[in-house]
Write a protein that binds this ligand. Structure first.
Ligand code: G6P
Length: 614
């Protein structure tokens, strides 16, 4: 949520900042801005995307010279997206500038006090208040910018990753974080700060992940100092990333989302690599193995997540209960954190997050840990905050997911959860050897099955063209396919702006059926498994009300293909593994519908990939 990047070195900062902002745009894209420090601080900002800012700067032939600069791509929290609310924001004397990701919660109190001291504000943002506060503290106590930032931050309540520059210190950039991510990149005679490593990796793979309350001061000569708000020096290890720049490109696909959908045979295989061997009959995860005694004695599993990751967790509930026979609860992290949850010592808490930075999930983990829980992270982004604060965990190794609508992370998360359930079920003696072996073998061939489904793309595109003008859509599924129905509906509304709801198929009678008429597409996941007959009845009920039925069926299905208006075949697979296949056509369906409706598939309105605010 909001992307920030800063540069200090020997090269021209502006092109590097713009390039970095394009990599960060998935975090927010309602306005963009850049500040360059040379003689003074020049700020350029515009409502819209990075490209809009570039066009503005080019047509106005602005001078962007300078070797120290910073840029911001915004997802609005305080103040509507427009030019004046775009970052960077400057102090009253124009000598300081700031970019910020997060929310300053006590900004109204601070603003009132600053107005009384004579400050006036140009924007509606909390961020502008912060830079005025830094200015106030700096002038009042005659402080160097690093000290002024630390002193000002002591008065701040909220989440922030900030970069501050000061005209009076043209060889220094200051960064600070609390609950929002900030990465320091150490190149050859050049240094970077970024919300994540994506704007940095092209220049260096050496990074330091800052922790909460860290303040970093980076000098152009390469000296840097990291300390906390109380001035105590903090030491950090430099990490070497193995992220490849190609992973951040579209690779010939029209959109990141399409690339990521098509990557799934590879990403699912990658997530299971070294963790599953069907012929030898084992599934194991390093992060669990170290703690297997504790984990296998768990009396309850609590899974916490948001968005698509929450849907993966819901699949987890079915998997853990069926295969490992451990009662499992699935929590929205945002709800968990604000009630008084009961956590017992023998609970096993699992947090799922693609980005590893979701603010609600991070806060929920902290609460669970405070209450003595052992927390396991299932995370994609290496080195992210959730990966670092959890007691143990497994990376899903899906590679960077740039499309805002999550696709490959969902299937990789489910692959990991399936391995966890199998490992745990086997350890606990809750699954027969033959069922265990069969599931291992079927899991191993999931990537091939996904490839087969991707070949149906043209047919799915045709179905998309038939229903693209719908105002509403209903997604139905039972059992393992209920979370997939939720995920299918989420994908459609996120990127095509069609109102869609996912429902357990049998619940349709208790409300949504009232909505069904000849204009309502009803997407039914009707694979040939338990409750098949029930799904057949649900489809009859939809048909009786003239709904348009799009059914996801197995290749050997004979009944539903006759009843449905459209059907998409997927290969048969053991029931617990169905979500890994049934979600693929739904991802493609949403993609094509959104495209046909002229929507921005990779950057849907109002959304952001990484939600680092509450
Ligand atoms: C945002 C993204 C979703 C994602 C959710 C949770 O809403 O747009 O795609 O599922 O955050 O993110 P996480 O990184 O924690 O999985």
């Amino acid at each position: 949520m909001c992307g920030i990047v800063a540069y200090i070195g020997k090269q021209q900062a502006y092109p590097l900042i713009i390039d970095g902002l394009k990599k960060l745009e998935y975090r927010g894209y309602d306005s963009t801005g850049v500040a360059i420090l040379e003689q003074g601080i020049s700020v350029f900002k515009k409502k819209g995307k990075v490209q809009d800012l570039e066009n503005f700067i080019n047509t106005e032939t602005k001078n962007t010279n300078g070797t120290l600069g910073m840029g911001h791509t915004r997802w609005a929290t305080h103040g509507e997206p427009n030019d004046k609310n775009a970052h960077p924001h400057t102090s009253g004397n124009q000598e300081l500038a700031i970019i910020h990701n997060g929310i300053i919660e006590n900004y109204t109190t601070l603003k009132k006090a600053l107005i009384e001291l004579g400050h006036s504000f140009k924007s509606d943002t909390d961020t502008e208040v912060l830079i005025h506060l830094i200015e106030e503290v700096q002038l009042k106590h005659n402080l160097h910018i690093e000290e002024a930032v630390k002193k000002a931050l002591q008065k701040v309540v909220g989440a922030y990753a900030i970069v501050v520059i000061d005209k009076k210190s043209p060889d220094i950039i200051i960064g600070a974080r609390n609950s929002s991510p900030l990465v320091f990149g150490l190149g050859q005679d050049e240094y970077f700060l970024g919300s994540d490593a994506s704007p940095i990796i092209k220049h260096t793979n050496k990074v330091i992940y800052l922790n909460d309350e860290d303040v970093i001061s980076i000098n152009r000569n390469g000296d840097y100092n990291i300390s906390n708000l109380k001035n105590k020096t903090v030491s950090h290890q430099i990490k070497e990333l193995d992220l490849k720049i190609e992973e951040l490109e579209k690779d010939g696909f029209d959109h990141f989302m399409l690339k990521e959908i098509y990557q799934q045979p590879a990403t699912i295989a990658q997530s299971m690599k070294g963790r599953l061997n069907a012929s030898e009959g084992w599934a194991v995860l390093g992060g669990m193995k170290q703690h297997i005694n504790r984990i296998s004695k768990s009396k309850r599993i609590i899974m916490m997540a948001c968005g698509t990751s929450w849907h993966s967790a819901l699949v987890g509930e079915y998997l853990f209960e069926e295969i490992a026979r451990i009662p499992t609860e699935v929590e929205y992290a945002s709800e968990f954190r604000y009630r008084n949850p009961i956590i017992k010592e023998d609970d096993f808490v699992i947090a799922l997050s693609q980005s590893g930075e979701t603010a609600d999930t991070l806060a929920a983990i902290e609460i669970a840990k405070e209450k003595g829980a052992f927390v396991y992270g299932i995370v994609n982004v290496v080195g992210s905050s959730i990966a670092r604060i959890t007691d143990s965990g497994s990376y899903i190794h899906a590679g960077p997911e740039i499309g805002v609508a999550s696709t490959k992370a969902f299937t990789s998360q489910i692959s990991i959860i399936t391995l966890m359930a199998l490992y745990l079920g086997h350890e606990r003696g809750m699954i027969s050897e033959s069922d265990y072996r069969e599931l291992l073998s079927e899991l191993e061939v999931v990537p091939k099955r996904v490839e087969q489904i991707l070949k149906k793309n043209d047919h799915i595109k045709y179905i998309a063209s038939e229903i693209k003008s719908a105002a509403n859509a209903l997604y139905l599924g039972r059992g393992y396919n209920f979370p997939v129905a939720l995920e299918g509906a989420l994908k459609l509304k996120e990127i095509s702006y069609i109102h869609a709801e996912g429902y357990p198929a049998a619940e349709m009678k208790h409300g949504p059926i009232a909505l069904i008429d000849m204009y309502m597409p009803v997407i039914v996941i009707a694979t040939n498994q338990s409750a098949y007959e029930k799904i057949v009845s649900n489809i009859q009920e939809v048909k009786a009300r003239k709904g348009i039925v799009i059914a996801i069926i197995n290749e050997d299905d004979t009944i539903i293909r006759e009843m449905a208006d459209f059907f998409i075949e997927i290969p048969s697979i053991a029931e617990p593994l169905t979500p890994l296949l049934s979600v693929i056509p739904l991802q493609l369906l949403s993609y094509h519908i959104a495209l046909m409706r002229g929507c921005n598939v990779d950057q849907p309105r109002n959304l952001a990939k990484s939600v680092t605010v509450e």
